[in-house]
Each structure stands twice: as C-alpha cells, then as structure tokens.
Design a protein around this ligand. Sequence first.
Ligand code: NAP
Length: 183
Amino acid sequence: MIWAQSAGGIIGHDGSMPWHLPEDLKHFKELTLGSPVIMGRKTWDSLNPRFRPLPGRRNIVVTRQETWAASGAEVAHSVDAAIELAAASADSGAAVSADADATGALDTVWVIGGAEIFSSVLDHADRVEITEIAATFDGETVAPALDDEWMLAATDPVDGWHTSSTDLRYRFLRYENQEPQQR
Ligand SMILES: NC(=O)c1ccc[n+]([C@@H]2O[C@H](COP(=O)([O-])OP(=O)(O)OC[C@H]3O[C@@H](n4cnc5c(N)ncnc54)[C@H](OP(=O)(O)O)[C@@H]3O)[C@@H](O)[C@H]2O)c1
C-alpha cells in the first residue's frame, strides 16, 4: 500500500487530496512505475483525466458497478478479483509497459487507495509506504489505523523532516506487517 497523510491522518477531502506536494508525486511514481496499481473507483475519479490511466502501470479499478468502464482501466468487481488480475502480470512475465523508465517489479502489486480499499487489504498487505505531512488539513477520508503487527521499518530522513518546494514539511515512512494474512 502507499498513501500520503496529514498530521491528523487525513488522506482525502471532497474527492481529492487536500494538498499539493510535488515531491510526494515523484516518490509515488518512482515506487509504483512498472508495477500494477489497484485503486477504488473513487480514487480513479480523483485522478486528473489528463494523467489517467497512470502511465507505465496497469491501472486496475475496483467497482461494484457491473457496467462501469473507462479507457485505460482494467475493471475488477471485488478486491480479490483485482489482486488476481494484477497477479496475472507476474505469472505471465508480461511487460506492464514499454516505458524505459519502468523500474517497478512485476511481483509487486501496489494498492493506491482510497480508504475503502486500504481497509479491505490492510490485514493482507505486507508493507505500506506513508508520506507523512507535518500539517493538519480538513478532510473526511482517513488513513486506516495500523495495529501492533505493523512495525516501523524505515524513515527518510532518519531524523526530522524534508521541506517541500511548497514549504510543507514531510517525511517518508515504511511500515512492514509482521503477520500478513493469506487471502
Ligand atoms: N492521500 C492519498 O495518498 C490518497 C490515495 C488515494 C485516494 N485518496 C483520496 O481518497 C478519497 C477516495 O477514497 P474513498 O475511500 O472515498 O474511495 P475509494 O476507496 O477510492 O473507492 C471506493 C469505491 O471503490 C469500490 N469498492 C470499494 N470496495 C469494493 C469492493 N469490496 N468490491 C467492489 N468495489 C468496491 C466502490 O466503487 P463503486 O461506487 O463504483 O461501486 C466504492 O465506492 C479521495 O478523496 C482521494 O483523493 C488519497
């Protein structure tokens, strides 16, 4: 999983992210490029139409709507079906994209939100990359709480915070699940 959250754990407001943090977008791209990404339909809707599907990645969108379709999106009607679809990349060894910059591994599947989808996969995921922003924002969509099975594995920077070109302070945190459950 990968998400960015405010100091209060907010990840979304009115269908989008309530901040502009270009360094986080760059980090997100570096980590996910080349790997399949799974997202809820509302997260797909939140992406700027000019930048979706996210290039260089299979975009798998989860929806309960039988007839939902969007150019560049592979549709799944359950989270399990989305993971099966994503796993097909690894099984076939098929290239996700011809993008020469793609560095992501085919055996990594990224769940990129939003809150509803994170909650569904939380117990099964083995790792989460969190960009923590040292500021509070209004919002109604909240990151899932990580219980004791999740251990902090890395922080960047090791101490303190980065400062964005937008003046926001932020840091990258990696948590690992000590006991991920099989689906
Ligand atoms: N800060 C971050 O890193 C970050 C990352 C991602 C998203 N966000 C923000 O989070 C917000 C969106 O999150 P959200 O929690 O409201 O929505 P979401 O998780 O993106 O999407 C929810 C939708 O996914 C589908 N869905 C969920 N569970 C399903 C299941 N078990 N089976 C089939 N379909 C399922 C449904 O689509 P249908 O209604 O079509 O059936 C549901 O309405 C936005 O504000 C976005 O900007 C922030």
